[in-house]
Design a protein around this ligand. Structure first.
Ligand SMILES: [Zn+2]
Length: 104
């Protein structure tokens, strides 16, 4: 499984999941139960794809979605490995594939 999207809004996570599934990519949302209460540091809902081989396709779908209707939460973040700067909604480095650090 690969994480392709993180948001502070469960609605955004569901939008991404629906987009992915419309393209035939199976996905699941993690952390949705935590949304009932206060968001915790690592409690943001995230969307994961089940088939790692579809990661590139999923990323391009997510980037389309995130630029049109995503509501980024948190701050931009810098990849700890290569130093690339990313918008808050991205869950992994486009450059080298390193996962976003959990702390924000
Ligand atoms: Zn990187």
């Amino acid at each position: 499984m690969k994480k392709v999207f993180t948001s502070c809004s469960l609605g955004d996570a569901y939008s991404v999941k629906m987009l992915l599934e419309a393209e035939g990519i199976e996905s699941m949302i993690r952390n949705e139960s935590l949304l009932q209460g206060q968001a915790t540091v690592d409690g943001h809902p995230s969307v994961w794809i089940l088939d790692d081989s579809l990661l590139e396709a999923a990323k391009s779908i997510v980037s389309r979605c995130a630029s049109s209707e995503g509501r980024p939460c948190g701050r931009s973040w810098k990849c700890p490995k290569c130093g690339e700067l990313h918008d808050p909604q991205f869950a992994a480095c486009w450059q080298c594939g390193t996962d976003r650090p959990d702390e924000q």
